[in-house]
Design a protein around this ligand. Structure first.
Ligand SMILES: Cc1ncc(COP(=O)(O)O)c(C=O)c1O
Length: 376
């Protein structure tokens, strides 16, 4: 079976995790600090705060920015359901906006009609490795005095206008789930240049304590911590931090490999007029966190037929991104919202296997099977 993705781990991650275990310090500590520093340096942010996953990173970013009950946050439905869920977890209301049919990201032209007196923030999602049009979104946010929090779950190492994602907004949230370029199993990170946000997140992720366990442990005097606010336990472990450090060392190579594989797929399907390969807007290059094709209505097979036939040949595929507003929970809560571009994209898109260590032979197998199924 060719999987949809797999992590790129070798002896380095195994050794690093073993060292963390043997050190006797396995909760958030020195290795998480090192991982945070590497991410902060990579994106050019003053602060990087690790969290248990990107959903909790988004949740805490919203709380740290004072977003909660009575507030609305504009977010694409065309995203993993965690984007919208994080807004509800913070006590606010997600307001779904449609996407651009080519980039699959939030369509800035549709944002203003969603703004109400209760709107407090916009949460653009950089979908499957392509940056949303942040400058245009920031212009709208400034005009209406709104906060921008980026869901950059898929975007570690990616760029917008040749600048790394991670500092364009007040808070930017990354994921290290195994479907992402680098992974710590579960894991998340918030980057920010705002010391108040960083401080709030530090406390919120650790039960609201004003001093971390590791700082108390390393102090030369007894420190008794206080809990000035209601917090959570959304910490990353040091075993995961150790893996994150090793993954960060591989990031450039992993992103380069994904680029090569993505481009090879693009070339392999360029002649099929019923298949749409990923689009690149002038402001961003794709990092292919997932490799997504759109199957046009004149294709000889439907998206679902292609997926079934690929599965039968031992090749995993996935539907493109979900439409959160169509999930039963959101339909029950808010009724049926109409987002035509999102609904079509979620019906017509398919993800093909992509991972850094994918061999030429494996990719040839995928390409040949896909073309054969379509009689091309
Ligand atoms: C766009 C987007 N947002 C949020 C998440 C949630 O990330 P995590 O699984 O780290 O909580 C994901 C990941 O799956 C995602 O793709």
């Amino acid at each position: 079976m060719i999987p949809i993705t797999k992590p790129f781990y070798d002896q380095a991650e195994e050794n690093a995790a073993a060292l963390a275990i043997r050190s006797g310090w396995v909760v958030q500590g020195p290795r998480v600090l090192e991982f945070e520093k590497m991410v902060a340096d990579l994106v050019g942010a003053q602060y990087a705060l690790a969290t248990s996953n990107c959903t909790t990173a988004l949740h805490l970013s919203l709380l740290a920015l004072g977003i909660g009950a009575g507030d609305e946050v504009i977010v694409p439905s065309y995203s993993f359901i965690a984007s919208a869920n994080s807004i509800l977890h913070a006590g606010a209301t997600p307001v779904f906006v449609d996407i651009d049919a080519r980039t699959y990201n939030m369509d800035p032209a549709l944002i203003e009609e969603k703004i109400t007196p209760r709107t407090k923030a916009i949460m653009p999602v950089h979908q499957i490795g392509l940056a949303a049009d942040i400058d245009t979104i920031q212009d709208i946010a400034r005009k209406h005095n709104l906060i921008v929090i980026e869901d950059a779950a898929t975007m570690i190492g990616g760029e917008y206008k040749n600048k790394k994602i991670g500092t364009h907004s007040r808070a930017v949230c990354f994921s290290f789930h195994p479907r992402k370029a680098i992974t710590t199993g579960e894991g998340g990170m918030v980057t920010t240049n705002d010391p108040d946000i960083a401080h709030q997140i530090e406390m919120l992720r650790s039960h609201g304590a004003n001093v971390s366990d590791y700082a108390r442990h390393g102090a030369d005097r007894v420190i008794i911590e206080e809990y000035p606010i209601l917090g959570y336990n959304f910490r990353l472990t040091d075993i995961q931090g150790a893996i994150g450090v090793e993954q960060m060392k591989k990031l450039d190579w992993i992103l380069q490999r994904r680029l090569e594989i993505g481009k090879r797929y693009n070339d392999a399907f360029a002649d099929l007029d019923f298949i749409e390969t990923p689009y690149e807007p002038p402001y961003a290059k794709h990092t292919y966190q997932s490799y997504c094709l759109r199957v046009a209505h004149n294709a000889p097979k439907t998206r679902d037929e292609i997926m079934a036939a690929m599965q039968a040949q031992g090749i995993a595929t996935r539907r493109g991104v979900m439409a959160s507003h169509l999930e039963p929970f959101y339909v029950n809560k808010y009724g049926r919202v109409s987002l035509p571009v999102t609904e079509q994209a979620t019906r017509d898109t398919i993800l093909l296997p992509i991972y850094a260590q994918m061999t030429e032979q494996e990719q040839e197998t995928v390409i040949a099977a896909f073309r054969r199924i379509l009689g091309a």
